[in-house]
Design a protein around this ligand. Structure first.
Ligand SMILES: Cc1ncc(COP(=O)(O)O)c(C=O)c1O
Ligand SMILES: N[C@@H](CCOP(=O)(O)O)C(=O)O
Length: 464
């Protein structure tokens, strides 16, 4: 399997090389040259299999000969061994044919663990074989950072620098990043928003001298391996609800467009997904894009679903590449317009295809709170604000009731206790294994939104 850049000017790489490269050298994102399909009968055969075996079957065609099959199985088994639920991603019913796919049973209580625990295993495998080391730089609005710090803490051949927007993540998210004591992980609070953090990360990758000197690697969904691992739970959940014999719809709380893009990949592989609903909070650039055809950045507004406080959705570039018939130069032109003019109009044909493949919805702050309260009242479930955005968008987009609608439950409510308590009167507790973070000492540095200063800081730390 070969991977090409969305901008068409970077070397073509294997799965493992693309995973270790992170951002392509032309500034684009790696995508598979072709999306392999799983035949109908092979999807049917997934029924009754464990999560790990499904992961192996879904991911193998993308991994190709980068990792031997037995080794891949062992890495997958290790990645999910620490999850707190036998099903890994259980479905919980919230209505007649409405479900939440709980993705919070990993070590840091958010869906990010599904990919991050596996990516850490894949990195270790690759780095040990090559005898090399990397410096991971990542941007987070709260959950990717905690998942990365948990997954990579204490590893010999990796330093990790996580940039998060100062004052714009929940206290629990911050403490998950700042209380681990391993010397190879570093939380940096950037004076800016998530988009600034992500721009700094991409800026470091696009500074090729710094990138090569530090051996930079990425664990954001810039990294194809992240997206691939996230495609697996669409298969486990759809098959549990009757696929491929019947279609299933999904509503996906969306920020950086990684999780829903993983659903799009699952559908492209042959999984019968009926509707894919992009669920946004009031940072609704993607919802507006679908409604108007204009993709235009607005200021990022803080919300009670802070992990989705994003305007520049990195993975939208991967979808654009497809909508523009894999024309790298056309992608470059739109990304330049986004950078220089703050937006672009989608060409008509691309917009029609986008609307054919996705629905979208938006939840403002009051609606998100009302959804948390309503779900608690009707089902007794306490859901987090990101999941609530997904539930709201799902109910707005609800099509044929015969088709199951699955909302991705992207985080545990205990990561956002204040917002959840204010909405439904119940204060969700952290699981006992995480309670220590509430009074453990914190370790963080506050940094300016300045690429050169950040590079100096990282260089100094890696050399010390
Ligand atoms: C809890 C939660 N929900 C939803 C999202 C949005 O996911 P994505 O960025 O893949 O669109 C995020 C951030 O990634 C998140 O942390
Ligand atoms: N919401 C995310 C933002 C980064 O997304 P990623 O999937 O590209 O890593 C977060 O919690 O950090």
């Amino acid at each position: 399997m070969r991977y090409v850049s969305t901008r068409g000017q970077a070397p073509v790489l294997s799965f493992e090389d693309a995973m270790l490269a992170g951002l392509a050298r032309d500034g684009g994102l790696y995508v598979p040259e072709v999306i392999p399909t799983l035949p109908w009968n092979e999807i049917a055969d997934l029924a009754g299999l464990g999560y790990e075996e499904t992961a192996f079957r879904v991911m193998s065609p993308f991994v190709g000969d980068s990792v031997a099959p037995d080794a891949l199985r062992a890495l997958i088994d290790r990645a999910y061994a620490g999850f707190g639920h036998a099903a890994r991603a259980p479905l919980v019913q919230i209505g007649e044919n409405d479900w939440i796919l709980e993705l919070h049973h990993g070590p840091t209580l958010a869906f990010k663990d599904f990919a991050m625990q596996l990516v850490a295993q894949l990195f270790q495998h690759a780095l040990a074989a090559r005898g090399s080391r990397v410096t991971i730089v990542g941007a987070t609005s709260g959950d990717t950072g905690s998942a990365a710090i948990d997954a990579f803490a204490g590893l010999d051949n990796v330093d990790v620098f996580i940039l998060y927007p100062h004052g714009r993540v929940s206290e629990i998210q911050r403490r998950q990043m700042t209380t681990p004591t391993a010397h190879n992980v570093h939380a940096l609070a950037v004076k800016g928003d998530f988009d600034d953090c992500q721009a700094l990360v991409k800026g470091m990758f696009n500074d090729h001298a710094f990138r090569d000197e530090m051996g930079l690697a990425a664990v954001n969904s810039i990294n194809w391996a992240r997206v691939l691992a996230q495609a697996v739970y669409y298969f486990t959940s759809a098959v549990a609800l009757g696929a491929p014999h019947r279609p299933v719809s999904y509503s996906v709380p969306t920020g950086n467009f990684g999780d829903i893009y993983a659903g799009h990949i699952a559908r492209s592989m042959g999984l019968p997904i009926d509707r894919l609903v992009i669920a946004t909070n009031r940072n609704d650039i993607l919802h507006r894009t679908l409604q108007t055809g204009m993709h235009r950045i607005d200021g990022v507004e803080p919300t009670i679903s802070p992990s989705m406080d994003i305007q520049i959705s990195s993975n939208f570039e991967r979808l654009l590449h497809e909508l523009l018939d894999r024309d790298g130069q056309a992608v470059v032109n739109l990304m330049e317009a986004l950078r220089q003019q703050g937006g672009y109009a989608l060409p008509d044909a691309a917009l029609a295809r986008l609307r054919g493949e996705f629905d979208s919805g938006r939840s403002d702050e009051d609606e998100t709170r009302a959804t948390i309260a309503a779900i608690h009242e009707v089902t007794g479930q306490v859901i987090d604000p990101h999941t609530a955005v997904g539930v709201k968008a799902a109910s707005d987009a609800r099509g044929r009731p015969a088709t199951p609608m699955v909302v991705l439950g992207t985080a545990h409510a205990a990561k956002f206790p204040d917002a959840v308590e204010a909405a439904c009167g119940v204060r969700p507790d952290l699981p006992p294994r995480l309670a220590h973070i509430l009074d453990a000492p914190e370790r963080l540095r506050i940094v300016e939104n300045d690429l050169a200063a950040l590079e100096r800081e990282i260089r100094m730390e890696v050399r010390s």
